[in-house]
Design a binder for this molecule. Structure first.
Ligand code: TRP
Length: 339
């Protein structure tokens, strides 16, 4: 019996996962398929912390904070509507757990400026964003992760270097003081490619996205505006599904796109408008349960804020334990007994 128990995912044996998301407001289907669905699966098998990183968002939006509160709220609603369960996953606001700032400060001593300036994420934006805070963005991210002693961090490939940096910081801390922190690993996953209406990456900032919050009407209008194969101008022309962002969406939302859609697109039998309307039906079907839940949650804002508060309390409990270990390893817990 005890052997079986060991195999069980009993809570004490679960590993910890942490991920973070900047509060950009309502999420879109790219976020849903790229991150949210994965998190919803992971919450079953791990201790999960999901941090809405408002301090990270400040690096770019320090002078424009009026949307922050509603962005946090909308994002939390999308998390819950997509199936994240507050009993299984602590969803919380970074700035409500002050220990993030404390560990960030300590980590900032353990890393050199050139290590940070070399990072591609810094290089890309340094001309428009050269603040001290922005330079430290990945250091704060490392603190987010190590503060919970997370083992795994589900992120996109673009974030991989930041997770390496977090692992380096944990390692450095352990070697200077005492083994205290886990060295976290990125949890990368194959995700479906989803492009926006203009054939670029789907993003709120390009306004080419399909928010989860869209109504069926809005979804249909957005789909009608989608870029399609420029060589297929009218029904009868043969199309190239492999070059078409609408077909990419069929891959996610249509049961058997290779037989149902691709051949008739190629032969010219299926016109682009009809093709989009098939997708419209399937996409709306897939999103309906999320949308219904969204509408419900909109009506109970207190519940949503309570979820965030509870999540913050759970996160803080863990963070305080790890910070105590950090201070103790550093011998900076001056009020404790002993030398
Ligand atoms: N930098 C991440 C992004 O842009 C957001 C983030 C902040 C994060 N802290 C994190 C992701 C900790 C994973 C773990 O998407």
């Amino acid at each position: 019996m005890s052997k079986n128990r060991e195999k069980d995912k009993s809570p004490a044996r679960k590993e910890t996962i942490l991920s973070g998301a900047q509060p950009t407001g309502a999420l879109h289907i790219g976020n849903l398929e790229g991150a949210l669905r994965n998190w919803v699966n992971l919450q079953e098998d791990y201790w999960m912390f999901l941090c809405i990183v408002d301090w990270h968002a400040l690096t770019a939006a320090f002078n424009d904070t009026k949307e922050m509160k509603s962005n946090i709220f909308e994002m939390a609603i999308d998390f819950l509507a997509a199936g994240l369960d507050p009993d299984k996953c602590a969803i919380f606001i970074q700035s409500e757990v002050k220990e993030h700032a404390e560990l960030h400060l300590i980590f900032s001593m353990l890393i050199t400026v050139p290590t940070l300036t070399r990072l591609p994420t810094y290089q890309e934006k340094k001309d428009s964003l050269d603040s001290y805070g922005f330079l430290g963005y990945p250091v704060l991210q490392a603190a987010d992760i190590c503060l919970y002693n997370a083992h795994k961090v589900p992120v996109g490939k673009d974030q991989e270097k930041h997770i390496w940096l977090a692992a380096d910081l944990a390692k450095r801390f352990n070697s200077i003081y005492r083994k205290t922190l886990n060295e976290p690993e990125a949890l990368l996953r194959e995700i479906p490619l989803i492009l926006g209406s203009d054939n670029r990456k789907m993003s709120k900032s390009y306004d080419n996205h399909i928010p989860l919050a869209f109504t069926e009407k809005q979804t249909e209008k957005r789909l009608r505006s989608f870029y399609t194969d420029p060589e297929k101008l009218r029904q009868g022309d043969s199309g190239h599904p492999e070059k078409c962002p609408v077909f990419l969406l069929h891959r996610v939302y249509t049961e058997d796109p290779d037989n149902e859609i691709a051949p008739s697109c190629k032969s010219g039998k299926l016109g682009c408008v009809d093709c989009k309307m098939i997708l419209n039906k399937n996409l709306n079907n897939a999103l309906q349960p999320i949308r219904d839940k969204r509408v419900e949650l909109q009506k109970t804002p207190d519940f949503v804020w309570d979820v965030l508060k509870m999540g913050g309390d759970r996160a803080r409990t863990r963070a305080e334990i790890v910070m105590e270990k950090v201070r103790s390893a550093m011998k900076t817990n001056y009020r404790s007994k002993g030398k």
